[in-house]
Design a protein around this ligand. Structure first.
Ligand code: MV4
Length: 500
């Protein structure tokens, strides 16, 4: 086993990895930018190296500085967390070349899955269903012809993209040619690669992803799915396991499909296959995430596994500790992402100092936090500051626990998404599991007042004044009679026959 691991990340995920190292009695090294000297992950770590200025490009993405810190500290392996260098095939290759173990898949597996067209081809080869579409290198004219063949709406995606970046939906044949040109030039400027591909556009699908683990000995298992349909602008907001629409039979089919794809791709370590699930519960492979994901705790809560420890064990050459038959799903877990964003101002980032903090606790509650009272949330990085995860014997217990935990959660000084989550946890549609990728827009967008508590009293007073004026107009504005309607409460009482 490794003696020392460098954690090439920051915030809550760096702490998550450091904790796993501690439990495995592996020494750990943090890296920090100049803006992160007072961040929580430094306080947790055994030692820390500064790898550059605040800008991520010069620090957390700075391969030379991170590899140099690994060498100087004597770390034998690097855990990249998620984001930053986690899916950078070049970084994995450079670790391999430097004799440092990258705790993740081999660089060629990252590369194979990084190209979305290559991933689609591998899925097809593995007998995994993909959305009808076209992956070949096509001229603009050919793309247009194929789109009409597939039938509109179609979606044009960047081969080098992913996660919804550079995605364009075409509803109308008249817009097709210009959408193709725009998608190509956007893909070229965003990814340095103008290759695009086409898919039939599914309406209101669910986003369901399957977690897998693969060891170096050639064993692969699936750990069940996560439902991630509650998203906003391709940013996940709430995730859960298991999915309310996946039963044991579907789980087995999706899980076995994910395992086949992993084996076809020569995949090793933890990975996730993203699927779209349509209204008839057909599933289609979309893309693969070759890293530990933000939402991995919900899978841990229902399987009992520690995914980071599993990753470290696999990277050190240990065989998987569980066969497929030994794995099962117990209960349900929900994760709410706590962002430093103002949900009442269209989720604009809200960095600043946390002047007060009280975190929830109690049965079935897990917090993955990267902040403390007095901490200043920097402007330079992702606004995710914590994840609140609850477990229950079933989905409703997990949701009710989440509601209770959110009520206990106090963060002062900055705006957070806690009030948004509080609305979702009492929404009858959410509680019935009626969630798809249109959920947030359908239930909340454009009418923030419908769930803005600060506006609730205003709405009550407005309704009272309205009723008063309406009834006054009905009675006539004669001074002698107007007195009879001096308050909406009196009117209501009279109407109810309580008094004259
Ligand atoms: C789609 C789709 C419908 N049809 N592909 C967005 C993120 C990226 N991973 C793929 N995405 C989508 N691809 C086809 N053929 C709808 C989406 C999509 C979506 C997917 C998952 C979660 C939220 C979403 C929100 C909008 C669109």
């Amino acid at each position: 086993m490794f003696r020392k691991i460098l954690v090439a990340n920051r915030g809550e995920i760096a702490i998550r990895v450091i904790r796993a190292c501690r439990e495995m009695r592996i020494a750990n090294v943090a890296v920090i930018s100049e803006a992160d000297r007072s961040s929580l992950h430094v306080r947790y770590a055994d030692e820390a190296f500064c790898v550059g200025p605040a800008a991520s490009a010069q620090s957390y993405l700075n391969m030379e500085a991170i590899l140099a810190a690994a060498e100087r500290s004597g770390a034998e392996a690097i855990h990249p967390g998620y984001g930053f260098l986690a899916e950078n095939a070049e970084f994995a290759r450079r670790c391999e070349a430097a004799g440092i173990v990258f705790i993740g898949p081999p660089s060629q597996a990252i590369r194979a899955m990084g190209s979305k067209t290559s991933a689609r081809r591998l899925a097809t080869a593995a007998g995994v269903p993909v959305v009808p579409g076209a992956t070949e290198e096509l001229s603009d004219a050919e793309v247009e012809a194929r789109a009409l063949e597939i039938g509109l709406p179609v979606v044009i995606k960047a081969a080098a993209g992913g996660g919804g970046k550079g995605m364009r939906v075409v509803q109308d044949p008249a817009g097709l040619a210009s959408a193709i040109r725009a998608a190509r030039s956007e893909a070229q400027s965003a990814f340095g690669d103008s290759a695009i591909y086409l898919e039939k556009y599914l309406i209101g699908p669910r986003h369901v992803e399957m977690q897998i683990l693969a060891d170096q000995q050639g064993h692969t298992v699936y750990l069940g799915e996560r439902e991630c349909s509650v998203q906003r602008r391709h940013q996940k907001v709430i995730e859960e396991a298991p999915s309310p629409v996946v039963d044991a039979a579907l789980r087995q089919r999706m899980g076995e499909a994910a395992v086949r794809l992993a084996q076809t791709a020569g995949y090793v370590n933890a990975g996730t296959m993203e699927f779209l699930v349509d209204g008839d519960r057909n599933f289609f492979f979309l893309e693969m995430n070759t890293r530990l994901q933000v939402e991995h705790p919900v899978t841990e809560m229902v399987t009992g596994l520690d995914l980071v420890k599993e990753q470290i064990g696999i990277a050190a050459g240990e065989p998987l500790r569980h066969r497929q038959e030994e794995l099962s799903i117990r209960g349900a877990a929900i994760e709410c992402r706590i962002y430093a964003e103002d949900p009442f101002q269209n989720f604009v980032p809200s960095p600043g100092r946390i002047t007060g903090l009280r975190e929830p606790g109690g049965a079935g509650v897990r917090i993955e936090s990267g902040v403390y009272e007095g901490y200043e949330v920097p402007v330079h990085y992702d606004p995710l500051i914590a994840k609140l995860v609850t477990w229950g014997q079933d989905r409703l217990e997990a949701a009710h626990r989440m509601r209770r935990a959110l009520m206990e959660y106090t963060i002062h000084g900055i705006k957070t998404t806690i009030p948004f989550h509080q609305r979702v946890m009492v929404d009858p549609e959410f509680l019935r599991g009626e969630i798809d990728t249109t959920y947030i827009d359908r239930r909340f967008a454009g009418r923030p007042h419908a769930w803005d508590e600060s506006q609730r009293d205003v709405a009550l007073v407005a309704a009272g004044i309205h009723a008063f004026l309406r009834d006054q107009a009905r009675l006539g504005a004669h001074p002698a009679r107007a007195g009879a309607a001096e308050s909406p409460w009196k009117l209501a009482a009279r109407r109810a026959g309580l008094r004259g």
